[in-house]
Design a protein around this ligand. Structure first.
Ligand code: PRP
Ligand code: ADE
Length: 176
């Protein structure tokens, strides 16, 4: 059942102190990818959650969101679009700068591939300060999408990222 699947995820995530900077506890999603049972549980949890949302488009964030989005797109029969760190995407892009828990970056999207009003879900491994997710929401709004939910596997609840987003957030494993 759902709680057992969430427990599998929690048990598979490995935490590393002082990475990549002193004071940061890094929650490593790749523990889930090393464990096929946990990886299947993760896919099932995401698909079961999204099925009833009537999503037109799944957007994944550079880089770990790229591991999650296409898996569920295959199940949903919906397209995947990446948001990448700047300078990586060809064609017409729009960009937005942001800060995150341990640095700063700029995101870009190929705006012409977003259909006006597309019901869009943004997926990533982890929500920390919400800086990355807020930038992604901004890019999708500029591109004409309707962002219906932000979905992450892990949420660092103590950083209160969800409060700055103004869009519903769903996560499966929370840390203070
Ligand atoms: C990490 C993580 C999220 C973001 C969350 O990515 O995968 O995308 O930080 O932090 P925030 O909520 O404070 O914005 P990172 O920028 O380290 O990039 P990577 O996936 O390329 O390693
Ligand atoms: N991205 C931002 N903060 C993070 C953390 N503590 N662990 C893993 N990824 C992160």
């Amino acid at each position: 059942n759902k709680n057992e699947k969430i427990q599998l995820l929690r048990d598979a995530i490995v935490s590393y102190s002082d990475f990549p900077k002193p004071g940061i506890i890094f929650r490593d999603i790749f523990g889930i990818f090393r464990n096929i049972v946990a990886m299947r549980a993760m896919k099932d949890l995401i698909v079961e959650h999204i099925l009833f949302l009537e999503v037109d488009l799944v957007v994944g964030l550079d880089s770990r969101g790229f591991l999650l989005g296409p898996i569920i797109c295959m199940e949903l029969g919906k397209p995947f679009l990446p948001i990448r760190k700047k300078g990586k995407l060809p064609g017409n892009v729009v960009q937005h700068a942001f800060t995150l828990e341990y640095g700063e970056a700029t995101f870009e999207i190929q705006t012409e591939y977003v259909k006006k009003g597309a019901r869009t879900i943004i997926i990533d491994d982890l929500l920390a300060t919400g800086g990355s997710m807020a930038a992604a929401i901004e890019l999708l709004k500029l591109s004409g999408a309707e962002v219906i939910e932000c979905l992450t596997i892990i949420e660092l609840s103590g950083l209160k990222g969800r409060e700055k987003l103004g869009i519903p957030v769903h996560s499966f494993v929370q840390y203070d």
